[in-house]
Design a protein around this ligand. Sequence first.
Ligand code: SF4
Length: 418
Amino acid sequence: MEKKIFSIVTLGCFRNRYDSGVVTNRFLTKENSLLEPDKISKKNKADILLVNTCGFIDSAKLESIQVIKEAIELKKEKKVKEVYVFGCLVERFKNQLARHFPQVDKWRGVESFEKKYKKRKLGQKPVDFIKICEGCINRCSYCAIPLIKGPLASRPIPEVLKEVKKIDKAGVKELNIVGQDITSWGKDLSKKQNLANLLKHIVKTIKKIKWIRLIYTYPKHFSNDLIDLIASEKKICNYIDLPIQHINKRVLKLMNRKITPEDIISLIKKIREKIPDCAIRTSVIVGFPGETESEFNQLLDFIKEIKFEKLGVFTYSQEEGTKAAKFPGQIHHMTKKKRKRRIMEAQQKIGADNLEKFVGQEITVLVLEKRKGFYIGRSQYDAPEVDGIVFIKRDKLKIGRFYKVKVTDSLEYDLVAE
Ligand code: SF4
């Protein structure tokens, strides 16, 4: 069997990160070897360059197309022999892409559930991800994901636990649980199955994993059981990723978010009461078709009042095939940009003020890497990549270990500790 060198570029969300682990494992046979994409050169050539694309919104689509072009360029320069492109963008636009980029050797959309999860190359210790379900039943009017990934498909408990055991055995310390909407896990299996129930099984199964983080929840499906479990179970991070998207009643209805502003407010209140130190991350969409200036101001005022620890803001993207793409009142891109900027300016101050509260406090961090003169770590209040880090001015720490540190300073998004 001929030895092959392959490389893989992953775009988009943590779920794509997980899928790339599956594809990497398929290519990583005894003969083949993996080359980091940024190491590809005339001297270090790759036989196959794989690109895992994102097709969620305009900016992500543009980024994926840019990376495909760069991969083709590498092929022209004979640094790469073949280019394979897969994932969400291909699932949506395979024929157009193939016509436009004939230099690409293989196209593949998203894979079916069963076929995918047989084996997977584990992530970089001490942090890993597990996908517990695929697809989505919520049908938000602006979202293309159900068009790409189909309806909800939850992985049965035994299969999830089998993989959790493997990840735990491999010495992972932080396990991030992902899906399109993990709070709908089990709804397609039986009435009794729900995320809180699954988490109880996972907590019983793990030995080395100390942090379980919940990413991509859906407010409407966020149960009191789940809040109580997060509040009582030390191994589940006091961190909740809870996209609300908006707070205005009419806009939430048009988005088909199936929830009222009052429900969102009471959910956040319950979380704050039961888990006082919880870091809540949310994301909002500005410039949804028909969003008036006063509806936008209502959202801005709400963000200033609630003071989310972490917040991502997206401009509405008119996605082909979604209901909202045909809604009247599509908003000018300059107005969208202005609204995004106003939310980001407000959140920057809120985020920095929230971080300042940590100065003088002792927190537990997971040490992730060593830099010159300091270490990089993260607390339970920060998710990988999307949130802040902790700069630790200490010596002789071990990567992958937890340490108690004292926070000495706070920056815009990060903390300094010793
Ligand atoms: S819950 Fe998330 S993935 Fe599902 S339709 Fe809504 S935005 Fe899309």
